[in-house]
Design a protein around this ligand. Structure first.
Ligand SMILES: [Zn+2]
Length: 539
């Protein structure tokens, strides 16, 4: 109580000083403040709250050790995240006004410009963009598929992302069923697959595992198809009710080797029934995709500078790019809005973390994490000072914890440092690992990573689909996730000790073996990039 009124007194003196002549003003203000505060000192009326924007100097060491600072800092950050904020309006603008924003597209350019302004409004200290080059630009033309024989009907289909176009005039050929596209399926098809369009059956997408599998398994199927000399691949949609989505298996932004399309599940099953009944199916397939050469693109980078060790930093990130069939609300607009709002929350708290916090909105994620790969490469000299990469890219579901991607050595420290968000449900710290979003290249550089584990909720059915729109986002839950992201980033940046150090190349390679990531990289054709030091920590 006393402290407060004293502080207030000093504040009033400072304020008035701004307006009147120096001496007169000073005398007047002393009289006024005495007049005003007597009653308060005597405890009769409530003190006036400090003026907005006034920055409270760091509290003591401000160390976010479990019992001290988080008690002071975390609750107010959580409240700030849950209160009315620009989050919903930001997301509405990003999805409804800008919409699907594929890397290399004019919409993605607009999104970069918008994100810079949105982060500026959030109050960060510094903001800029960083350019990188993507190997090829891509957009879909007017895709047309129709069955000619045995029964003519139009087929609903969309191109695989970064798929080559069909030859001039399109493809008119038979369709061959290769089952789930495994060795047995191609063996059964035999020579009939050569020069034909093969139909690959799929399971409906339900779990995170299904999603990761879709990338690893599909890569192998494409290799079998290429070996068999097929003309094109039709993927049965993994979603019901004619829903189409953009899928790709490119992991380095290169154009795929074979023309491929996702075919509506009901249409694919109709074709499969004709084939199963022994009838031949012929289709006409035209897919005049637009492909351009290397193009420059940008990541958006902002920072809140640390007070004690500003050169050490935590990165809180999400990808800004999306596919183009929907408006990229669940993937990943809601987490773009989350990163921007976490910056607002940390800034608004008025406390300055021990180390810096960098807020990065990557692009090129859907084409193989190209933006975060470029970021890791460009900032290699700083990675020894990087505390952790904290990445959100799993939609709008409740956060249950973080995946530490095999870094057992960081588990105890992470659990302790993130104690303040336990009450928000952040309890499960897992050691599973997959190279499925923007933490991947930091993992391969040996930096500790925290990938938010979230409940599936409505993510799978809408994943990369035309239905990924603003209405699918649970704003209330995203606000809670903002609180978790802000306190997590702050806690990691302010903790007396770092959660773990950067691994050596040998340690990273051992981790890849222990977690099975080495197989994933080999299947995705990226092992030679690792061996040559094009991707991951330098030899
Ligand atoms: Zn994503």
């Amino acid at each position: 109580m006393i402290g407060d009124s004293l502080t207030l007194g000093i504040m009033l003196i400072r304020k008035r000083h701004a307006f009147g002549g120096p001496c007169a003003g000073r005398l007047a203000s002393v009289i006024v403040s005495l007049f005003l505060f007597a009653p308060i000192v005597l405890g009769q009326i409530a003190p006036i709250s400090p003026t907005p924007g006034w920055r409270q100097p760091p509290v003591g060491t401000g160390a976010c050790s479990v019992e001290k600072s988080c008690a002071e800092v975390a609750p107010s950050m959580i409240q700030s995240a849950l209160r009315p904020s620009p989050l919903e309006e930001n997301l509405r603008y990003l999805t409804d006004s800008i919409g699907g924003r594929m890397t290399g597209s004019p919409e993605a350019d607009r999104a970069v410009g918008w994100a810079v302004e949105a982060l500026r409004h959030a109050g960060v200290d510094e903001i800029h963009t960083e350019k990188f080059t993507i190997p090829a630009g891509w957009s879909e033309g007017r895709t047309h598929v129709e069955v000619l024989v045995p029964q003519a009907f139009p087929v609903r289909a969309t191109s695989i992302g970064w798929s080559p176009r069909t030859p001039e005039g399109g493809i008119t050929s038979g369709v061959i069923d290769v089952g789930e596209g495994d060795d047995a399926g191609f063996a059964k098809a035999g020579d009939a697959a050569k020069g034909a369009i093969v139909l690959v059956h799929t399971k409906v997408l339900v779990t995170w595992e299904d999603l990761d599998n879709e990338y690893v398994v599909d890569r192998a199927i494409i290799e079998r198809a290429a070996k068999a000399g097929v003309a094109a691949v039709f993927w049965m949609s993994t979603r019901p009710n004619l829903l189409l989505y953009r899928h790709t298996t490119t992991v380095d932004g290169q154009i795929e080797s074979i023309p491929q399309a996702v075919v509506a599940r009901e249409d694919a099953e109709r074709i499969a029934r004709f084939l199963a009944s022994g009838q031949k199916v012929r289709v006409r397939f035209e897919m005049p995709n637009h492909i351009s050469g290397p193009a420059e693109f940008e990541n958006v980078v902002a920072e809140i500078r640390g007070r004690e060790k500003p050169d050490e930093f935590v990165l809180l990130g999400a990808h800004l790019d999306s596919w183009d069939l929907g408006t990229g609300a669940l993937d990943n607009g809601c987490n773009v809005a989350l990163v921007i709002d976490a910056a607002r929350v940390i800034h608004a708290s008025g406390v300055i973390p021990r180390r810096s916090i960098r807020f990065v909105l990557f692009t090129g994620e859907e084409q193989g994490m190209l933006g975060s790969w470029a970021w890791a490469r460009m900032h290699r000299a700083e990675l020894d000072r990087m505390v952790a990469a904290v990445i959100f890219d799993s939609g709008t579901g409740p956060v249950t914890g973080y995946s530490l991607s095999g870094r057992k050595d960081t588990l105890a420290a992470v659990r302790e440092v993130l104690e303040p968000v336990k009450s928000l449900g952040v309890k499960d710290f897992t050691l599973d690992a997959a190279l499925d979003t923007d933490h991947a290249d930091f993992l391969l550089e040996g930096v500790p990573t925290l990938e938010a584990n979230q409940e599936v909720t409505n993510y799978m059915v809408n994943y990369h689909a035309a239905s990924d729109t603003f209405d699918k986002v649970d704003i209330g839950q995203v606000k809670t996730n903002v609180a978790i992201a802000a306190v997590s980033a702050y806690a990691l940046a302010d903790a007396p000790a770092r959660i773990g150090l950067r691994q050596s190349r040998a340690e990273i390679e051992q981790l890849m073996k222990d977690t099975g990531i080495d197989n994933e990289i080999k299947l995705e054709g990226q092992w030679s990039a690792w061996e040559k030091g094009e991707r991951g920590r330098q030899p």
